[in-house]
Design a binder for this molecule. Structure first.
Ligand code: ADP
Length: 495
């Protein structure tokens, strides 16, 4: 019997192509698209940020959703909602407009201070509550609300407290997906009242309390029907040590029966060298020689000269401690001494901006550094590089290693989380290897992995085989979306 068609409310604070700071946005677009293709009624809810291009994406007013009152604490907010299709799909996206909360330049961080907006608690409590009110106004009763990360993790608490006796949601279940336990949404206890929650919920060691703060992610882990994260290995890691669980390892371990790791997929309409408009020349496994044209174009853009035997290594990343750049800092001179060139695209912590700026000054023919967020350049780096480096301290799933595979770019990664689940070391498994891995978080081990990659690169025939093996893998969403459906069914079977 085919699965029942489900109504899925997909709540996310960023969605490609409307707004993106990281992998969550890719997932929040590609997974709903695949769920829709499987026949489910999935609708995506996100804030209407100032930066979302209303004209380009054809955001329309929804008459029924023009003036909705959302109560929160002792205030009532009057909002309206716009809608659009996620481009190229039949997935409805709803954009919640609130001039004070969302009509800003940036998503979470105040560009003036470089710190999180001070009212992120109010902003995302409001987001959580408003999507419930919108579903009611639409008379669209979701079977499942799929929450993502701390920004939407208080939805289950609303359902289990303020909306407990609301017949509209009596059959609605919640799934919380954790894309990164390192970001938890810890706020002052005053956020409890701000959200309109009974203040007695906040007690030492209560489900929402964490070292004196109201912790949104912990709240979601405690109150959602099912918890998922984005790779099997990361699902294990976050239960076992504070290094990975950031203090929530015990809470996660307590929910181990309801905690599942599902690897993210990639959207092969967007990340596909055969039909990528953002790159110099399209190519496939059969026309792999055309990848070299992309390399030449990228080298040109970087101001590097072309040497057929010198590999180009790419990095595209948030410049944060999580991503392993302190390892690069430790052995920068040694990396510069290798016969390689490196192109780095990223934004984030000032110390890493400084690190890479200095690297480019000191070794101008070795490091090309781009400290911006630039989607087109990200595609060009995937297409034009020979190798891709991800030395992450931890990595819930990681998308760029999978994008790299698609573009015949060989990943060099630390074997953690989703990187360990997707990259097989060539020297350990010569017949199955797809890249180069190192286990211990150690600069010398990283250096050794790079060295091994460079050695293999000089064997042109072997390298080509390695590229084709990587390109032949299927990392599309089909399998993973099916797993999410199973998870939704599991949630619905809960009493
Ligand atoms: P995370 O979500 O931890 O940042 P992921 O690897 O899951 O890491 O996803 C990061 C996504 O953001 C990828 O699609 C990557 O290409 C993109 N990205 C990161 N930094 C930049 C940047 N500076 N310019 C363009 N794209 C970027």
């Amino acid at each position: 019997m085919p699965d029942k068609k489900l109504k899925i409310l997909f709540a996310a604070s960023e969605v490609v192509p409307f707004a993106k700071t990281g992998g969550l946005a890719d997932v929040a677009s590609a997974l709903p698209k695949q769920l829709k293709l499987l026949g489910h009624d999935v609708r995506v809810f996100m804030p209407k940020y100032k930066t979302i291009n209303t004209t380009k994406f054809k955001l329309r007013e929804v008459i029924r959703l023009r003036e909705i009152d959302v109560p929160m604490g002792d205030k009532t907010h009057r909002i309206s909602v716009k809608s659009a299709f996620i481009p190229g799909t039949k997935v409805h996206a709803y954009f919640i407009e609130h001039p004070d909360f969302f009509n800003r330049e940036s998503l979470y961080v105040d560009p003036e201070t470089g710190k999180d907006y001070k009212d992120n608690d109010g902003r995302f409590l409001f987001f959580a509550r408003s999507l419930l009110e919108i579903a009611k106004t639409l008379s669209w009763q979701p079977d499942v609300i799929h929450c993502n990360d701390w920004q939407t993790a208080v939805v289950p608490l609303y359902l289990k407290t303020l909306y407990k006796d609301d017949p509209f949601f009596s059959e609605t279940k919640t799934v919380l997906s954790i894309h990164n336990v390192g970001y938890q949404g810890n706020f002052k206890p005053s956020a409890v009242k701000l959200g309109g929650f009974p203040e007695e919920l906040f007690q030492p060691l209560s489900p929402i309390e964490f070292y004196g703060k109201f912790n949104f992610l912990k709240t979601g882990i405690k109150y959602s029907d099912i918890v998922t994260t984005v790779s099997a290995k990361y699902a294990r890691e976050i239960q076992t040590s504070s290094e990975y669980g950031f203090g929530l390892e015990g809470v996660l371990h307590d929910r181990k029966k309801d905690l599942f790791g599902i690897l993210n997929g990639i959207d092969d309409d967007i990340w596909n060298p055969e039909k990528d408009d953002l790159i110099n020349t399209s190519f496939s496994k059969d026309t792999l020689e055309d990848k070299e044209k992309n390399k030449k174009a990228l080298l040109n853009k970087c101001g590097f000269s072309y040497h057929p035997d010198t590999p180009l290594i790419g990095i595209i990343s948030r410049l944060a401690d999580q991503k392993g750049f302190d390892l690069i800092a430790k052995v920068l001179a040694k990396i510069a001494a290798f016969d390689m060139q490196m192109v780095i695209l990223g934004t984030g912590d000032q110390k890493y901006h400084d690190l890479f700026t200095k690297a480019a000054e000191k070794y101008p023919d070795k490091f090309s550094v781009h400290l911006t967020f630039n989607n087109q350049l990200a595609h060009q780096i995937e297409a034009g590089c020979d190798m891709f480096l991800m030395p992450s301290r931890y990595e819930p799933c990681g998308l760029n290693q999978m994008y790299s595979f698609m573009y015949g770019t060989v990943p060099i990664v630390r074997a953690t989380g989703g990187l360990a689940d997707t990259v097989i070391d060539l020297d350990k498994k010569p017949k199955k290897g797809t890249g180069f891995t190192f286990e211990k978080y150690d600069a010398k081990k990283m250096l050794d992995a790079i060295k091994r990659a460079l050695k293999h690169y000089s064997d042109k025939e072997g390298w080509r085989k390695l590229q084709i093996r990587g390109m032949s893998q299927d990392f599309t969403w089909k399998k993973s979306a099916q797993r999410y459906i199973e998870i939704y069914q599991k949630a619905l079977n809960k009493t």
